[in-house]
Design a protein around this ligand. Structure first.
Ligand code: BTN
Length: 253
């Protein structure tokens, strides 16, 4: 069942309350036309402009290990968009890309949406925020919307409602893949594919570190090769920011 609301502070909190009360089943969802106090990862604010998708899904019975769930939800969201709007495959990189751990991006580095997964007693609440109609300005980052992407692909405007996209994501989530399938498809759609040089900021120490993407480890962590030899695992909660290594002499912010 999907509960639609005109306005909520956060669909995440509403779905958590439903899950705690025992009144919701696997793949039940809450969707708000207006979300006023949306949350992003690392306690950041998530701005949901009117016409965009703000939804939270209760994942109650899934056999996929917990640490792979955010990657899988991102993948299902990208799949839902690509199967609903195949014209998006004319974008660079073949369409919607996934920036580890769970940002939805396009090849230019603009963010289309994000996923916030939170553990609860009954499973996981997966929050999805997608810019359908318009994109908020993000500090120091580019953002885009599905509407802008249609224009870029030369597609005549289709009417895309939050309901249509959410129903399609839910149907993708019904089929649970193996960890290997998630790993393979995630890397295939990855904004930072193996071999790419990246810089990340440690959420605790604030230090910036350079490495080269190797792949995904057994828990869905990003495996990177670090200069001077050796490899390291990056776990999503430890990484505040992940960027491509800037060209020499360019702005390193
Ligand atoms: C991120 O990119 O930081 C994740 C953003 C997740 C936002 C969604 S919108 C629906 C759900 N409700 C919230 O308060 N947050 C998530």
């Amino acid at each position: 069942m999907i509960w639609f609301h005109e306005s909520l502070k956060s669909t995440q909190d509403e779905m958590k309350a439903l899950a705690a009360s025992g009144d919701s089943m696997h793949l039940d969802a809450v969707c708000a036309l207006l979300q006023t106090v949306g949350r992003g990862r690392h306690g950041r604010e998530w701005i949901a402009l009117p016409g965009n998708l703000s939804a939270s899904i209760h994942l109650k019975d899934t056999h996929l290990p917990l640490t792979w769930i955010p990657l899988w939800v991102g993948l299902c969201t990208a799949r839902a968009l690509m199967s609903g709007f195949p014209e998006l495959s004319s974008l660079g990189g073949g369409g919607i890309l996934l920036k580890w751990p769970n940002d939805l991006m396009i090849d230019t580095g603009a963010k289309l949406g994000g996923i916030l997964c939170e553990k609860v007693d009954s499973g996981v609440i997966a929050g999805i925020g997608l810019n359908l109609e318009s994109s908020p300005e993000l500090q120091g980052r580019k953002s885009t919307s599905l509407k802008a992407l249609f224009e870029r692909c030369g597609v005549e405007r289709k009417s895309v409602t939050a309901r249509i996209v959410l129903e399609s994501v839910l149907s993708e989530l019904k089929r649970e893949p193996s960890v290997d399938e998630v790993r393979t498809e995630f890397l295939r759609r990855s904004f930072y594919p193996p071999g790419r040089e990246i810089v990340w900021k440690n959420a605790r120490t604030g230090s910036r570190i350079l490495g080269r993407v190797l792949g995904l480890g057994s828990h869905g962590e990003l495996r990177v090769e670090i200069p001077g030899g050796g490899s390291q695992s990056l776990f999503s909660e430890e990484i505040e920011e992940l960027r491509e290594k800037p060209e020499a002499g360019s702005d390193q912010k």
